[in-house]
Design a protein. Sequence first.
Lengths: 346, 286
Amino acid sequence: MKTTNRAVRTPGGLSVRLDVRALTVVLLLLVAALTASVVLIGTGDFPIPAADVLRTLFGEGNAGQEFIVNELRLPRVLVGLLVGASLGLGGALFQSISRNPLGSPDVLGLGQGATAGALTVIVLFSGSANQVAAGALVGGLVTGLAIYVLAWKRGVHGYRLVLVGIGVSAIVTAVNGYLLTKSDIVDAARAVVWMTGSLDGRDWAQVWPLLGLCAVLVPLVLCNARGLRMMEMGDDVSYALGVRVERVRLLLMVAAVLLTASATAAAGPVSFVALTAPQLARRLTRAPGPNLLASLCMGAALLVVADWLSQRAFGAEQLPVGVVTGVLGGVYLLWLLVTERKAGRI
Amino acid sequence: MSKNRRSTVNRLSAENVTLAYDQRVIAEQLSVEIPDNSFTVIVGPNACGKSTLLRALSRMLKPSTGRVLLDGQVIQSMPAKKVARTLGLLPQSSIAPDGITVGDLVGRGRYPHQGILRQWSTEDERVVQESMRQTGVAELADRYVDELSGGQRQRVWIAMALAQQTPLLLLDEPTTFLDIQHQIDVLDLCAELHEEQGRTLVAVLHDLNHAARYATHLIALRQGRVVAEGAPKDIVTAGLVEEVFGLRCQVIDDPETGTPLVVPAARKARVGAGAGAEKTVATEAS
């Protein structure tokens, strides 16, 4: 594949550069995510045909369908879409900042950090679902901050970030293990379900905060995407090109931590989406650069498809979505490690 | 030693800068002027602070005291993109993103001229084409950068710096890791950019003979101090080389260009110091 960039120019001297292939990929992924969402909404103890789902979504269904679709299943699917999108975007940001496909939140320990926050609330305070979510958010943010501070030495460098992240991840995992041993059996069961990552019982109360956060962060991130693209060529080159490297990096890392932590707070640590979505997106667009939009759409599509698989693929037995992403993502991580090793990058 | 001969103020200069990484001081009270329209080359032994000086001149390293001036303004106080439209830098460490084409990479040099609503103008297109033509990589435009040889890759990075369209261009050891043919190739290209386009070039070079041949203005550093500066033929002497590099040598005329050519003394002559040894040098040279 060669460059597929096209420039669109207005007479006023404004111009926008579009990568046709990347744009096509984004559109196709968006269609895939939405199609999977409709199918997922139709799936369950009361199956609803896709046409009826669509009719209901546009406000023309009957009362029974309306309740099932709008109150029960739509919020769950929306949480899935938003969590997937946040994880995909957060993962793409981290991988681009660390210039390393392994520099994703899963490996850096942000998921474990959020888990530690949630476990603290569950085990020590037996808190409500909202308090658990808040605990996860705080845990993720604190871990993100710790990684940033520990990895900071005249600016954060990729390899350092990954290594520090792995170290932090190990420490936090130990803390999580300790918290679990301290808990009684009821709290432990609740904690383990939370730790797997699940979309069960998610309602509109989870949708709005996620949607609000994405509405602020996604445009902010996209506005800084050009600077991030320059930073892939190294700090020196991007300084020379006039990118305020430290500022852009700090801003984008904070955004990435917020996206990942809030997604984890809403659905638990759904593993490996942040690792795989940007890599898969990149293989589809075949474009260098952070591929932010494509990763976002890929994350959303992946999570919804994984959720559908977790409900349908194993017969009557429903699995938490985190199990499916964990199995698929784990296989992918192995493959990635092998190919990176062959390429001599690790 | 030689003072700056211009009466006008030069665009880029460092005034009494102290350069340090953490507590490690590389240079103190260092003042350097880059003469406008010169091809200035900074030479000196390893760890003399030449790359550090270049980093300070390109605002990558903030001096702990003193200041670097660009067009009369303190460089740190200027907007980043404005600096990037005036002063380009080819750093030693640059990473070509996986799967990027030559044309794409060169195009990224246009960043300081672009904005979120001015992402790719016809002017950008034209400058990128021209930069690739000047550096001889136009035919490679659709090739992936990872597939290129070291010499070609260096040309591509130079093309990117050219696309930035800066009147001043700083190059940090642009010939390192290249074989002799590509070293000369890159230096010829620099000379061309300097002579034909009137750009001011500042390069850090390891090879003293290359420096003497190509530079119009030479700055010799030792332990963070300027030992000599001026036109190579005025300042490059056996005494200077001994003072700066601690190497005994003789300086003869380059048979090709007439510029100074440094010929290190034979090993025996350098090991056995004294008048006898010097005689040996003279005999061997004749």
